[in-house]
Write a protein that binds this ligand. Structure first.
Ligand code: FES
Length: 316
């Protein structure tokens, strides 16, 4: 289970609009000159006025701790967090923000990195590219969007990164398009793959990289993957002490466990932050999260969204 996270009340010091309905927000500590350090790929939890929590990647320079920078895309069909931020947040506003956490870290190997971003998925990828550039490591960034005019953070990419390392792909400019299957079909120089983007983009990269060896593919998600529309079915969780916890069809495993007195931390309750992750000992899980790697799916479980068939034994 994840440890509780420190919450800081940060001040919004600057906001700018970017193409694609994106707000880029700079946050500073009201008294301290420096914020806690963060690794590229990290995100923070932003606590909204209604008690909800949303995760945003830090897209600024990990070498500049005077501020954190997040980019928030307005999601028309989202759960209301981005809409609240777009309508409410302004310079001088105070936002409760957690200390950074990273479940999308850059590997330590000195080999090349292949960075793929779809739309607003550029946020953690940009921080990674900045860090790789500073460390003098080989990388190639491919950024996929619908149109140049709808592409957020483009000017920042062009000013902060070596253009030789950047490939831009716009759906409406056929000469820039790149087929993922072709891009990922061969692996030269033993690269590591990092990608982030909306569910359709992630699914396409996942398929195209299925032949890459275990441990070479890493991703970050802010929305759970799309699932079939089959209605959820009841199942049962058993705990280490033998207690059985029934999970009704209309309840999450997280709610059922809490109802049975199991103390579990949670944050997004949407399968994307990993806060509620727990160990799994036996059973047939139906993983519906966007956090666990293929390897972790054999022994870990995300109870806020995932379900199971029959009986699932958890390490709780
Ligand atoms: S609370 Fe975020 S993944 Fe479960």
């Amino acid at each position: 289970m994840a440890a509780p996270r420190i919450i800081m009340k940060l001040t919004v010091t600057a906001i700018r609009k970017e193409p694609g309905d994106v707000l880029v927000i700079d946050l500073k500590h009201p008294r301290k000159p420096l914020l806690p350090p963060f690794e590229p790929g990290s995100h923070v939890d932003v606590h909204l006025a209604d008690g909800k929590v949303r995760q945003y990647s830090l897209c600024g320079d990990p070498g500049d701790l005077s501020r954190y920078t997040i980019a928030v895309k307005f999601e028309q069909t989202g759960r209301g967090g981005s809409s609240w931020i777009h309508q409410t947040v302004c310079p001088g506003f105070t936002l409760p923000v957690s200390a950074p956490r990273n479940h999308f870290p850059l590997g330590k190997s000195g080999g090349p990195a292949l960075l793929l971003a779809g739309g607003i998925g550029i946020t953690p990828i940009l921080a990674m590219a900045r860090a790789l550039e500073r460390r003098g490591r080989r990388y190639e960034l491919h950024y996929f969007t619908r149109a140049r005019a709808l592409t957020p953070l483009l000017s920042e990419i062009q000013s902060a990164l070596d253009p030789a390392n950047v490939r831009l792909h716009f759906d409406d400019e056929p000469e820039t398009r790149q087929d993922l299957q072709t891009l990922l079909s061969t692996r030269s120089s033993d690269p590591q793959l990092y990608y982030c983007g909306p569910p359709g983009f992630r699914a396409a990269v996942d398929r195209a990289s299925a032949h890459w060896p275990a441990g070479t593919v890493h991703f970050e998600a802010f929305q759970p993957p799309e699932h079939d529309a089959a209605p959820p079915e009841p199942f049962t969780i058993t705990l280490r002490d033998g207690t059985s916890v029934p999970v009704a069809a209309d309840t999450t495993a997280l709610a059922a466990l809490r109802g049975a007195g199991v103390l579990l931390m949670a944050s997004c309750e949407n399968g994307v932050c990993g806060t509620c992750e727990c160990g799994m000992l036996e059973g047939q899980p139906i993983h519906r999260d966007a956090v666990l790697t293929r390897q972790a799916r054999d022994s870990r479980f995300i109870p806020c969204v995932s379900r199971a068939k029959g009986v699932l034994r958890l390490d709780l």
